[in-house]
Write a new protein. Sequence first.
Length: 574
Amino acid sequence: MDPEVRPSRGAEEYVPAAIEELAGRLKFSFPTGHIWLGEERMILLHKAAFGSFRKELVNTLGMDRARGVLTRMGFAAGTRDAELVRRLYPNSSDSDVLLRGPLLHTLQGIAKVEPIRLDVDLAKGHCFADVIWVNSFEADVHHQLFGVEPGSCCWMQVGYASGFVSGLMRKFVLFDEIECGTEQCHIIGKPLEEWDAKEAEPLMKYFDAEPLADQLLELQHQVRTLRYSIDEALEPGDLVGSSPAFRSAWDLLKRAARSQITVLLLGETGVGKEMFARALHKTSSRSHAPFIAVNCGALPEQLVESELFGVQQGAYTGAQQSRPGRFERAHGGTLFLDEVAELPATAQTKLLRVLQEGELERVGDTRTREVDVRVVAATNVDLEEAVRNGRFRKDLYYRLNVFPVRIAPLRERKEDISVLADRFIEKYTAREGKRILGVTDKALQALKNYAWPGNVRELENMVERGVLLAPNDGRIDVADLFSVLPVDHGLEKTTSLDLQGKLQCCAPDPMERLAEIFIEKKLTLDDVEASLMKSVLDRCEMNISAAAKQLGITRSQLRYRLKQKGIASADEAE
Ligand SMILES: [Zn+2]
């Protein structure tokens, strides 16, 4: 017998274990209302609902165009499943990987798929598939709506098969339904170049967006481009968002941009105060002049004044040359003073004078210089309290606080997470020279569930890490983003299917998820031990006795293991 022909009996034997394994990845999370297949969010859809959708599609677009839409819809689903399979089974043989497509189709209730022949060599770019569908759901729906007609009617399913195999092969594989009936359907697929052009051409049109759709897409694109160019004017750089919290802050800033008013930005660390300040500058009439940013908290106290206001030669030992300060360098433009509460008392006095009089004297100089600078100050501390404690000048506070704008923390503008993540993915894929398709549904859910103590900056760092770890041409998953898995995600109580198709409640088993991650990331027992010891030590503030107690071993056992792995601890000096 031809060894490449997989007898259907053999395939059937293979099916139960593999499909049980796939079914185990289908998780129902009732507390959150999610159904997960791996990291893809799935839905249960009524066949009848799909039927009315199909009917409406045919009525509005006509049979041929409706076929195109559904084919492409199936193609999209197929490529997503191909991605899923590539991620879940990186070490499986080519034919096992290819067989996962029919199994997923079966699991998803589309049809019972019986491969007659699946012959594939990913490296050589060769494949041939000959498959029978029993109980095709689409044939069922179509026949109910339009009666039995000759020709293919399993459009979405054919699209799926093409999408799945093309996704695996990374080249276009065309499928044709050569028999479509109430009993069974029969499809074959091979790479496009192996088809006879005359056969392929009439099928190919369903995979390309049609002229009507093209025109709509083109118009949509134009609208988007226009909106983007308007948005660009409104939201330069990394400043993106549509949440009410973002919009109200940005609306206030746009109004401030038109005037010369001093602005005070309030908000936690990492919310992007400097980005807002830059955006304010770019949209103001001062945009042609410099934008200078100073972190007052990062300047050594003895240098603050000379840095801000400049220094005259010979003012102090070491002042070899006269030089202008940041105020003079920002002349005509905008000066951003971050962590303004950290300014020492003398600098506060000088700052107040610039704000009131528009003039300053360099350190060690008697000449008064005029400067025209708009000040945007920012702080993450309560300035009123600093005033009460005598750490901040009251008059300066009033002078700065004329136009306060609060930038909301990321946890209050979760609607923006997805668009911010996309922006950062764009930025880091360009830098890493990688192609990433986005984040998985589950990863996006995890991002939305997370509390974001480090705000937008933390999100950016996390996406940077994700871009680095995610496979090329793949999606960023939960484990790529979080170095320690978020407690409220991936570990939620789920329900899954057993082989009989009955729901079984699984107690949340974090160990199983943990084990999965270790296998996915190809970690060794040594890696696991080392990272566990490090995390526990961190949490115990490097105290070995406390960490040992937590790990259930003696202090000397822990010390020995740490030494073996070359991990430092606080009392290693003993
Ligand atoms: Zn069919």
